[in-house]
Design a protein around this ligand. Structure first.
Ligand code: SF4
Length: 427
């Protein structure tokens, strides 16, 4: 291990990377590059590390986390060392969140942002790291107020710019507070986090997240923070999470989704090559399970869009695969009881009209539910090579049928009631 890596570890800046999660296919290592940004060269380097230390499977989660799968336990120290040397670790110390804030992939770059959300998130992240006692999954959404709205992402605390001079704070239950000037935001956020930790400590374990506070406790928190209740800001349409987006200085970003949030060493290496050929310097990780290729000319963006389309990436906002979550499954994951990724591609095609109409599909190799912890309109859980079928629930809910892929595709042909068709398979 290099001296710089040892020094960084001594300061404890990488507990999330040092404390990976054990999954069915080995260790899962989550990366937090500074500002969630990588150069094309760093992207290619990550691809190489994924195969050198693991099974080469790479994913981007629904919270914008770049993750390497199947890392061998004996290879983990060397991987950490490599990541530290490459400057790809920016995580908080201690038992709290490795990273608190979630931003749009174009924070600080999009033309329609009301203020610099990247700078705001940096200030809030620094302030949050000074607060001890936050639970590991505590999260803060920092939203610059542009079209790439983050309203669909769950958070303990939500910061939203409503003008260039004003930020408001959202707590669970549409409980909004404010107003704050941008330079006051980190201070108020720290007050709210301190108040939450105090309430959590006095609750005998009942309050683990902000949503666990009663409305009286939220009101008390607001009073202590020095903010006052406000009406909820105007709702915004769901953003287009793939395609071209205008950036400042007449540049363009291309938002591209990885199919089901996944790729492998060869795929990520290829994306690094294409990015380098396009002459761009920055790639951001997107919470819409993809990457944002930033700082392109309009011509270069169009050429790159075509190239990524040819590589099978999602570059249009209406791609049916955007409505589908799928885990690594078999054969990559030893716990997988079905070939989820290959099957999800078949199902996405068969179900295109339904997915375009708003239906969500979750294809999970087993009940662990790595790809999507929540409810989906249709959840399929791998079992003996087929799937347990759950309608309007999650992997832990009761199945209404057990079907093979072929039977699922046949039953999911458009034009009939989905539940009736699936239940009919039992008879
Ligand atoms: S949900 Fe998928 S990736 Fe997770 S353990 Fe089960 S099969 Fe493996």
């Amino acid at each position: 291990m290099s001296a710089s890596a040892r020094e960084t570890m001594r300061r404890g800046w990488c507990p999330g990377t040092l404390r990976p999660m054990l999954t069915g296919d080995g260790l899962l290592v989550r990366l937090h590059p500074p500002r969630n940004a990588l150069t094309p060269g760093q992207l290619a380097h990550v691809a190489e590390l994924a195969s050198r230390h693991g099974n080469g499977q790479i994913e981007i989660s629904g919270r914008g986390n770049l993750q390497l799968r199947g890392i061998r336990e004996d290879a983990h120290p060397a991987l950490v060392d490599d990541l530290l040397v490459a400057g790809l670790v920016d995580e908080a110390d201690g038992d709290g969140p490795s990273r608190l804030t979630l931003t749009s992939p174009l924070a600080g770059r999009a033309t329609d942002e009301l203020l610099d959300a990247a700078a705001l998130a940096d200030a809030v992240e620094r302030a949050g790291r000074g607060v001890t006692g936050l639970p590991a999954k505590f999260s803060i959404v920092v939203d610059g107020g542009g079209a790439l709205a983050l309203d669909g992402f769950a958070a303990d605390l939500r910061l939203r710019a409503v003008s260039a001079e004003t930020v408001v704070f959202g707590l669970p239950g549409e409980f909004w507070l404010g107003p704050a000037a941008p330079h006051e935001v980190a201070m108020y956020a720290a007050h709210l986090l301190d108040g939450f930790v105090a309430a959590s400590k006095g609750s005998s374990g009942k309050v683990r997240r902000m949503r666990d506070l009663s409305s009286d406790e939220l009101t008390q928190l607001a009073t202590l923070s020095g903010l006052r209740p406000l009406p909820a800001p105007a709702s915004r349409p769901k953003p287009a999470s793939s395609g071209l987006v205008a950036e400042r200085d007449d540049r363009v970003a291309l938002l591209a989704g990885l199919p089901f949030g996944r790729t492998d060493t060869a795929g990520l290496r290829r994306l690094g090559e294409l990015a380098r050929n396009a002459g761009l310097r920055e790639i951001r990780v997107s919470p819409w399970r993809g990457l944002a290729f930033c700082g392109l000319s309009a011509d270069a963006a169009s050429i790159l869009q075509e190239a990524l389309r040819d590589e099978g990436l999602i570059v249009e906002p209406n791609d049916p695969r955007l409505a589908v979550s799928a885990c690594a499954g078999a054969p990559a994951c030893a716990r997988g009881e079905a070939a989820t990724l290959a099957n999800a591609a078949v199902l996405a095609e068969a179900m295109t009209p339904m997915l375009a109409g708003g239906l969500s599909l979750h294809v999970s190799g087993c009940a662990k539910s790595c790809a999507h912890p929540g409810i989906a309109d249709l959840t399929l859980v791998g079992s003996g090579g087929g799937y347990n079928v759950i309608v309007g629930g999650s992997t832990g809910d009761a199945a209404i049928a057990h079907l093979s892929l072929g039977e699922l595709v046949r039953r999911l042909e458009p034009g009939q009631d989905i539940r009736a068709r699936l239940e009919a398979a039992q008879h």
